[in-house]
Write a new protein. Structure first.
Ligand SMILES: Nc1ncnc2c1ncn2[C@@H]1O[C@H](COP(=O)(O)OP(=O)(O)OP(=O)(O)O)[C@@H](O)[C@H]1O
Length: 556
């Protein structure tokens, strides 16, 4: 290495050569020590650019070039060898496979016990509900472990290694710039497997997919729109057994079989040029089971639910179009209370007088639209060119007659089902659901198995038979706290409950609320039902008279 003193000497020599008149004095000049007075940056610069050091520079450059070439050759060979021996897969967050893989990795100790960790939110699909026994025992530690909302994963830009079917695997957590201007960075998983054939990676991804399916087997995911009109998972719910929704005979089966039939008929639709979409309009008073039955069907068919909120602040026609176009192929799109965001009076006026999308006070003065969705915008989103194929659309409303005919016509809403207030039959079934000794373990939610999906296999069946199929002895905390009942006893009380509850006067939600207060007292639930009915009637009459009074005052 050239020290400053040496460089100084070189520079001095050069100066001597260039200025012969000073040659005699030049030898007397002693090089100053580095950092001492007389050693300046200028002299160093001169020595660096001087002619005699050019050779040194050349040597250095050649040396650098050789090193760089060796480095590149080494990298090239390394990459070739690496590519030859290793398979590399890059997965990006947002892809289905990424979700499978992240879930599968959570079951790998090498992944969760990494030394360099990050604490992340546990995917809702991985939360496990404590069993009734655990809940009854109140074993807080066990329950917390299962339901804790966080988990440990390796930090970003770290890797973990493990063996998979005798193949060495390295997984690296990284991030890349997103293609979308809104997202910033997208996390990635880079999987390297020491293997020649692709079937190892295929096996691994298949295993991950199975793990994902198993984790979600008893659950459905609820998705909501994000601010960029994309979808994100809001929560995961346990599947609701369809049999727990008590409707008039045949209604559940009609909806379920039609939806199943639809999902299997893609080819039929396409070959006839019919848009592969199906719409269901469920209408009736609040609390009659419209939303519940949709949840039940989603669980039964293994479909996720995507909630399209028309009344979301800032929602407009373009946003709605984008949202609907972003729906996955097999899913349930749910538009609840379609009349609230969108009634005929409101939107006809909006479109006719103010131009589409302009907000206007509702004529009644009670409500005004919070979104800018117009009727034509909605119709276009439902069956326009960008509308997603293969989706089941369920819309619910309490005001059937206020809907525009264009919205509820076949092709948009193919099946209309009325949900009425509870019949006596429904009241009896609900009572059975609550107190039947064998009810808890039957009709457990099942994951969708495509092989089990068959068209029109079951016609309308008697509710009772479906409620009592596949019974196993129940031993739930509620039933252990309550009296041990025989089936005959429950049936007898169910009959009395049937007699006490008037037909089509109360919603199922109201009856459910009543029975909830008597969870462990089935006998009292029957005995006090008549009194409850009277109280409800009195309360309803009082509310009605108050309403009339307010109306009269308003007229005055
Ligand atoms: N037919 C039914 N069978 C069993 N439970 C029911 C039924 N109808 C309503 N319920 C119960 O009542 C509650 C409300 O039901 P749900 O939300 O499905 O009613 P809805 O008709 O969608 O009401 P809204 O029109 O207000 O949205 C739920 O907890 C549900 O369990």
């Amino acid at each position: 290495m050239a020290t400053p003193q040496a460089l100084f000497m070189v520079a001095q020599q050069m100066l001597t050569v260039l200025t012969p008149q000073n040659a005699s004095n030049a030898t007397q000049v002693q090089p100053p020590a580095f950092g001492t007075e007389g050693f300046s940056a200028g002299s160093l610069f001169v020595s660096l650019v001087s002619f005699s050091t050019a050779k040194e520079w050349m040597k250095l450059a050649v040396l650098g070039a050789i090193f760089e070439t060796i480095r590149r050759i080494f990298l090239y060979v390394y990459k070739k060898i690496y590519d030859y021996f290793f398979l590399t897969v890059v997965l990006e967050d947002g892809e289905k496979v990424y979700a499978w893989m992240t879930l599968w990795l959570l079951q790998h100790p090498a992944w969760t016990q990494s030394r360099d960790i990050q604490i992340a939110d546990r995917p809702t699909s991985l939360k496990v509900e404590p069993t009734p026994e655990e809940e009854a025992e109140g074993d807080v530690t066990k329950i917390n472990l299962k339901t804790q909302t966080f988990m440990y994963i390796p930090s970003l830009y770290t890797q973990c290694t493990f063996w998979y079917k005798r193949h060495w695997v390295r997984i690296y957590r990284g991030a890349i710039e997103s293609k979308s201007p809104f997202d910033g960075r997208v996390e990635t998983l880079i999987i390297c497997i020491w293997a020649w054939k692709h079937n190892v990676i295929h096996d691994m991804l298949l295993e991950a997919k199975m793990a994902y399916k198993a984790a979600k087997e008893n659950k459905i995911s609820i998705h909501v729109a994000n601010t960029y009109n994309g979808w994100e998972e809001q929560s995961t719910q346990l599947k609701r057994p369809l049999a727990s929704i008590v409707l008039d005979p045949g209604v559940r089966e009609l909806l379920l079989n039609d939806a199943r039939d639809f999902l299997l008929s893609k080819h039929w639709y396409l070959s006839r040029g019919i848009p592969f979409r199906r719409g269901y309009l469920l209408y009736g008073p609040p609390g009659t089971g419209k939303t519940s039955v949709i949840q039940g069907i989603a669980g039964e068919l293994g479909l996720d639910v995507y909630i399209v909120s028309l009344s979301r602040v800032g929602m407009d026609d373009a946003g709605l179009n984008e949202l609907i176009a972003n729906l996955p192929e097999r899913c349930i799109a749910l538009m609840e209370d379609i009349d609230v965001a969108f009634s005929r009076t409101l939107n006809r006026e909006l479109e006719g007088q103010d131009g589409p999308g302009k907000e206007k006070q509702h004529p009644s003065g009670l409500s005004k639209p919070t979104s800018k969705v117009t009727l034509s915008g909605l119709l276009n989103a439902l069956d326009g060119i960008g509308a997603q194929e293969g989706r089941l659309l369920f819309a619910t409303t309490n005001k059937y007659t206020s809907l525009d005919a264009a919205l509820s016509r076949p092709g948009r809403m193919d099946i209309h089902v009325e949900f009425k207030l509870a019949s006596k039959y429904q009241a009896r079934q609900l009572y059975r659901c609550f107190y039947h000794p064998d009810i808890e373990a039957k009709d457990q939610p099942r994951g969708q198995d495509p092989k089990n999906v068959h068209v029109g296999s079951t016609g309308p069946v008697e509710e009772k038979s479906s409620l009592l199929q596949g019974d196993t002895p129940s031993n739930t905390p509620h039933q252990r706290r309550g009296p041990q009942l025989s089936i005959q006893q429950v049936e007898a009380w169910a009959k009395q409950f049937f007699d006490a509850i008037p037909d089509r006067e109360f919603s199922m939600a109201a009856l459910q609320g009543y029975l909830m207060a008597y969870k462990t007292r089935p006998c009292e639930a029957v005995a006090e039902a008549g009194e409850w009915v009277n109280k409800q009637r009195l309360a309803a009459a009082r509310i009605e008279s108050e309403r009339t009074f307010v109306k009269v005052e308003a007229v005055d």
